[in-house]
Design a protein around this ligand. Structure first.
Ligand code: NAD
Length: 347
């Protein structure tokens, strides 16, 4: 097997800064660039090191809060590329309840982009979200997939979505006014091994896998589901996400241009439960909690633009990705039961 492919035009010794690297996606991104031979990666997160989901060997790992200006300056020193994936976020249960916390992530991007600019970084990446889209367009489970132009006129998800929209605008203006190359991907639900699976911030695929595993373990016959189960979403496997970030960041046609990074395979939550049951080899009675947070009714990613510009889109079939995710969560669950510490025990 030859060396793993990257789309980067950097030298392997250029300094790459990745914030939020104690979390799910940025942790995987640090590993992605490490595996492709980059020798100077600076991973940053405010969590103490033992709580990071992945600590990648030979990567400089800093525990710093990047909502503070001075820390951003320190973090960006010498950076050639900066990837901002730090945010206070979680699944629907978190973002509907903690809107102020989500909004305060505006401080992270505000200070980090300025520090990256002052440090002379060549490229800057911002992880936006499908939550930036107009919620009026997401009221039907069979809604049409969201195109990049659907963010305006704006009616983003309260709190979290507005923060993303505003931070996107910062990125666009740093290009327009100051000529720094910025890149903006709107992620649609990312899932996979090393993601949050417990504690209140987890998203639907991990939450459903965990509930099936728990039900099996306890010999319980039922499962509770948030909402009607008819809500639809698309889910992107983590490996597609890291490759997509690399491709987007290194495509000059996409400078300062928000683009969807998501799967276009639409899944109803009920079908997600059925899949997880099949993987776990059980059949459970479903109890629907209509008072639980459930977010928009339907959301999918229109991939016309990414296919046209990059000639690529996320393609991991949901079933395949869920098998991997289920197996990883089942192992975490077993480890915890056996008394071994898992990273989620501290959350
Ligand atoms: P995550 O919660 O696993 O990781 C985010 C990390 O950022 C955490 O480890 C957290 O400690 C860190 N962080 C928060 N505030 C910080 C600060 N002030 N200083 C330093 N570190 C800080 O989340 P994730 O799923 O890996 O998401 C990464 C990015 O992708 C976020 O910007 C998120 O909004 C975006 N996103 C994720 C999804 C998804 O489905 N996971 C969907 C859309 C957008």
């Amino acid at each position: 097997m030859g060396p793993l492919k990257t789309f980067s035009d950097c030298s392997k010794n250029d300094l790459i800064v990745i914030t939020g690297a104690g979390g799910f996606i940025a942790g995987a991104l640090a590993r992605y660039f490490h595996d492709r031979g980059f020798t100077r990666i600076r991973a940053v997160d405010k969590k103490p090191l033992p709580d990071w989901y992945q600590v990648v060997p030979r990567v400089e790992s800093l525990c710093l809060d990047v909502s503070e200006e001075a820390n951003c300056r320190r973090v960006c020193e010498g950076a050639v590329e900066v990837y901002n994936l730090a945010a206070d976020m979680g699944g629907m249960g978190f973002i509907e309840r903690f809107r102020i916390q989500c909004l305060r992530s505006i401080l992270i991007n505000t200070h980090l982009i300025e520090a990256a600019y002052r440090a002379g970084a060549r490229r800057y990446f911002f992880s936006s979200s499908a939550c930036a889209y107009n919620t009026e367009l997401q009221k039907d489970p069979n809604c049409r997939a969201l195109r990049e132009t659907d963010a305006y006129p704006a009616m983003a998800e309260r709190g979290y979505g507005w923060e993303k929209l505003m931070s996107e605008m910062f990125c666009q203006e740093y290009w327009a006014e100051r000529g720094m190359k910025t890149f903006i991907a709107r992620f649609h639900n990312v899932y996979g091994p090393h993601g949050t699976w417990d504690g209140g911030r987890e998203k639907a695929p991990a939450a459903i896998c965990r509930k099936v595993i728990e039900a099996k373990d306890r010999g319980a016959g039922d499962i509770d589901i948030w909402g009607t189960g008819k809500q639809t979403r698309s889910f992107m496997y983590i490996d597609d996400c890291t490759e997509g970030i690399d491709r987007i960041m290194h495509c000059d046609e996409l400078i300062a241009t928000p683009i969807n990074l998501g799967s276009s395979e639409l899944i109803a939550i009920n079908d997600l439960v059925t899949l997880a049951e099949e993987i776990g080899g059980v059949k459970l009675r479903r109890a629907y909690d209509l008072n639980a947070p459930q977010g928009v009714v339907g959301r999918n990613s229109d991939n016309t633009m990414i296919k046209k510009i990059l000639g690529w889109e996320p393609t991991t079939p949901f079933r395949k990705g869920l098998v991997q995710t289920y197996a990883w969560i089942a192992q975490q669950y077993e480890d915890r039961k056996a008394g071994h510490r898992t990273v989620h025990d501290t959350m």
